[in-house]
Write a new protein. Structure first.
Length: 335
């Protein structure tokens, strides 16, 4: 069963460069994250899913506190495509600019659940387009700056580091032209449009990339962020490393969805958060008991149990044996 009105989510790999830039200019990143109910643990794994609405609000903080109106462009200018994890490295495997743009478009659903990117052809240009999130206001200008910067950076992989699009569409009524970056130097900008888009001359499309991948191997394309709530909750629990990952309130905060709504939707799918988290807890416990030397008490704490006896009972119920018996059986099997 697909999620109705699925929350917009984004991978931490796209947020980490913003936080690094905020730290560089001396902003108190930890307290800012706490003020937006974001756990620092969530941001350690580049594949961790985060609520995009909250992230957008977070990215607007430098503008309000420090008066940096072009923060989105500055962050993009201070990073390279490959700094965005597997997404960026995938783009660098392309042999031509057109292929790089297609990889960008194909990979984006594995990075965010926000509306899509696409291309449109006209007589002289290929338009590289992004729909954006309807109704979003807070932080939207910083995000649009960042997205435009990423799109321009992708073209510059073949067109050179000083290339700027001859024409740009923006959804913002005004778009700050950064004095410290040249992403849009000389560009004709049409604001207040229904989409974000840059015009790319067709003669550039078959140009080879001038930047090579950092390593020769390329992993398979990332899976699209799931539309099933069961799969989504499972992914979010497994990607997180915090002991609180098995708690409904933690997943609720990450999804930016009320706990009761999550429970209601899961009930329609014939399950519950308790059931999903319970199975994942037992799986994680089995992995820790079999592959680490952590004490059973430490395993219990790692999995968020406040009482070791509760862990013991849950493990026996899930496996039929006690934690110590399971560890003995697995160690005997491998030895």
């Amino acid at each position: 069963m697909a999620i109705k009105r699925q929350p917009n989510l984004i991978k931490a790999a796209h947020v980490q460069p913003f936080l690094q830039s905020m730290g560089t200019i001396g902003m108190p990143v930890s307290s800012i994250l706490q003020g937006h109910n974001l756990d620092e643990e969530w941001l350690q794994n580049p594949n961790q899913l985060l609520p995009e609405r909250v992230i957008w609000e977070l990215l607007d903080v430098p503008r309000h506190r420090e008066g940096i109106d072009d923060f989105g462009l500055l962050v993009t200018a201070n990073n390279q495509i490959q700094d965005y994890g597997e997404f960026g490295r995938s783009i660098l495997t392309a042999s031509t600019l057109y292929e790089a743009i297609q990889i960008f478009i194909d990979e984006m659903p594995s990075q965010t659940t926000a509306p899509p990117f696409w291309t449109e052809r006209c007589s002289n240009y290929l338009w590289f387009c992004r729909e954006g999130i309807k109704g979003a206001t807070k932080g939207s200008q910083q995000v649009e700056q960042h997205v435009l910067g990423l799109m321009v950076q992708t073209v510059r992989l073949a067109a050179g580091k000083y290339w700027s699009p001859p024409r740009v569409y923006t959804q913002s009524q005004t778009l700050c032209r950064s004095t410290q970056t040249d992403f849009l130097a000389g560009s004709v900008i049409d604001s207040n449009q229904l989409r974000t888009a840059i015009a790319i001359p067709k003669e550039l499309l078959m140009a080879p990339l001038s930047v090579q991948p950092t390593n020769s191997s390329h992993e398979a394309t990332n899976a699209v962020i799931p539309n099933s709530l069961i799969e989504l909750v499972t992914d979010m629990v497994q990607l997180n490393s915090s002991p609180q990952r098995f708690e409904l309130h933690s997943i609720s905060a990450q999804l930016d969805v009320h706990p009761r709504q999550i429970q209601r939707l899961l009930k329609k799918e014939g399950t519950s958060f308790r059931e999903i988290a319970g199975k994942l807890r037992i799986k994680a416990a089995k992995d820790l008991l079999a592959s680490t030397e952590l004490s059973i008490t430490d395993v219990s704490t790692e999995l968020g149990y406040t009482d070791q006896s509760n862990f013991w009972r849950a493990f026996v119920k899930g496996t039929g044996v006690s934690p110590s018996e399971y560890r003995h059986m697995t160690s005997s099997h491998w030895n």
